[in-house]
Design a binder for this molecule. Sequence first.
Ligand SMILES: Nc1nc2c(ncn2[C@@H]2O[C@H](COP(=O)(O)OP(=O)(O)OP(=O)(O)O)[C@@H](O)[C@H]2O)c(=O)[nH]1
Ligand SMILES: [Zn+2]
Length: 355
Amino acid sequence: MIDLKQYGYIEVEQPPNGLIPGRITELQRDQYTVISEQGEVTAVLKGAFYHAAGSREDFPCVGDFVWLQPNQNGVSLIVKLLPRRSKFSRADYSGHGAGYVKTILEQVVATNFDYVFIVSSLNWDFKVSRIMRYLTQTRQSGGQPVVILTKADLIQDLDSPLAEVLTIAPDVPVHAVSSHNGIGLDGLSEYLQPGKTVVFLGMSGVGKSSLLNALMNEDVMKVNAIRETDSRGRHTTTHRQLFMLPSGAMVIDTPGMRELGLYGADEGISASYTDVEELFTQCRFNDCSHLTEPGCAVLAALADGSLAQEHWEHYLTQKRENKFVDDKSSYLRDKRAWQKNIAMQQKGKKGGYKK
Ligand SMILES: Nc1nc2c(ncn2[C@@H]2O[C@H](COP(=O)(O)OP(=O)(O)OP(=O)(O)O)[C@@H](O)[C@H]2O)c(=O)[nH]1
Ligand SMILES: [Zn+2]
């Protein structure tokens, strides 16, 4: 019998008779794979999930703990989604229904992780601003961030990138590793403890699959060689989406997690930039654009060095990226309003021709 605690389960409430707890390890269309004390079972959602008026956010995803009505001879039933201790969501623009702004759906892509490995490679994609953005997302997710700088074997000078990350995020642990020669992997063992769950957040090609393979001690992910110049890697996943490492820790790797965009990150941005937003309250004009206005506290702080130019630019970049999500929703709304308008005009015309 499997002890679900090994999968990070913490019992808060005992399930009613006939139900057992489980953790979702895989999701393919509407079909779930759930690990439980009875082993791995195939399951579907109880009809109530579809009928409840709630959002897609309420649908279980990989990493979730659920109550299961097991069926020894067939498909089991997921009866209840248990509260999440952390989650990542992304904006899903597909399938927008008619005419509502709300149609940018929140799609949950991974849940109940303890650590977020912010993966960035030391060669081509090393960019502190991107690491900052991932930190913002991580802080909102409920997971603890760890910055992992990959491909350490390709770089002579590790000190300056490490120092750069420490400057922007002094309270976040940073590790330089190589999946190719094993440098630094030992240092990750403090996070990879039994029952702990990790997700990887990082661009394509930074070495997430290679890291997972290295931690698994076997090739569960196919890594296709890429030309380091254009840095496009292609991976082929096994179907598995939650991996049990030899150390007893788990890694969640779902397609949605790989595509993660910025969804509703505004709150997190403010949390990381309270110093910047504090300045706004000191500008002479309420609608100060912080570009040319007299009495602008931002410009003054930039001039006397109390606000670092870089920090200010990071703030602006993140605001812009987040605005894209907002803009996309207003774009869809405007487009639909316009289409409706056209449709009404045409209807009107047709009406006019009628006798
Ligand atoms: N030199 C070196 N190359 C590495 C290392 N880790 C990964 N690579 C190379 O980087 C390329 C991309 O690696 P992947 O592991 O597929 O990267 P990924 O982040 O999974 O990329 P996607 O699958 O596209 O999301 C491959 O050519 C790897 O061989 C490393 O530690 N050192
Ligand atoms: Zn200002």
